[in-house]
Write a protein that binds this ligand. Structure first.
Ligand SMILES: C[S@@+](CC[C@H](N)C(=O)[O-])C[C@H]1O[C@@H](n2cnc3c(N)ncnc32)[C@H](O)[C@@H]1O
Length: 208
């Protein structure tokens, strides 16, 4: 199911300023290799969220080869830092080579391992925590994330509409993970949440 009509996506993308050559190359690499990157529209949105939150410190759970972090970096405060976490060491290697070319490698730490465990090594508080781990793990991230966000900080989660499968009854473990997660973020009294129906749905929760 298309969450956004492709003609509308194209319309918005055509309005956007051109990406830098390295970001363009990263986008192409993602698409050509079927790597599930957030894409330019959500990328621009993440950049905006970093600016709006005056973000000095961002934690990413499930960084892939650094595409989403590269967009966050564009909105980060000058002395800000991003901590990336991904389970695959090859992703780290590729991400670091892109970060060097983007001249942002001194502002990003990239840890390899289970993001939930890496997050526990940090007290925060973070201005933004971005969640893009495997979907069946989504419900387990919440109790780890919320105490590490500053008041007014943002918890942003990709794939909150999961190709529209969240609208159907039941589903596989991934769909059920996303559905349970969505129920929980909307029910929590310490978060104010909305799902932005951009690409595959970005859930944005503000810590109250
Ligand atoms: C959807 S991709 C990330 C895309 C990336 N955020 C972007 O838009 O550029 C998900 C990534 O999360 C990693 N991953 C999934 N579950 C994880 C976990 N629990 N801990 C660490 N990495 C995880 C996978 O290795 C994969 O690279």
């Amino acid at each position: 199911m298309f969450i956004v009509n492709p003609k509308i996506e194209k319309y918005i993308q055509d309005l956007m300023p051109p990406m830098s050559p390295v970001l363009q190359e990263m986008t192409q690499y993602g698409y050509q290799n079927d790597f599930p990157i957030i894409g330019p529209l959500c990328g621009q949105f993440l950049q905006q969220m970093a600016v709006a939150a005056n973000a000095n410190n961002i934690f990413e759970m499930g960084s892939g080869f650094g595409y989403s972090a590269a967009w966050f970096a564009r909105g980060l405060q000058p002395d800000g830092k991003i901590i990336c976490a991904d389970g695959d060491p090859n992703n780290r290697e590729r991400a670091i080579s892109y970060f060097k070319r983007l001249h942002i490698d001194d502002r990003i730490e990239f840890h390899v391992g289970r993001a939930q465990e890496i997050l526990q090594q940090f007290k925060g508080p973070f201005d933004i925590i971005f969640n893009d781990v495997d979907k069946e793990q989504y419900p387990d991230t919440l109790d780890l994330v919320v105490p590490r966000l500053r008041k007014g900080g943002l918890f942003i989660t990709d794939n909150a509409l999961w190709d529209g499968q969240v609208t159907e009854p039941g589903g596989d473990i991934y769909t059920m993970g996303v559905k349970e997660f969505n129920k929980q973020i909307f029910a929590r009294r310490d978060l104010a949440t909305m799902i932005v129906p951009l690409r595959d749905g970005l859930a944005v929760s503000v810590k109250l």
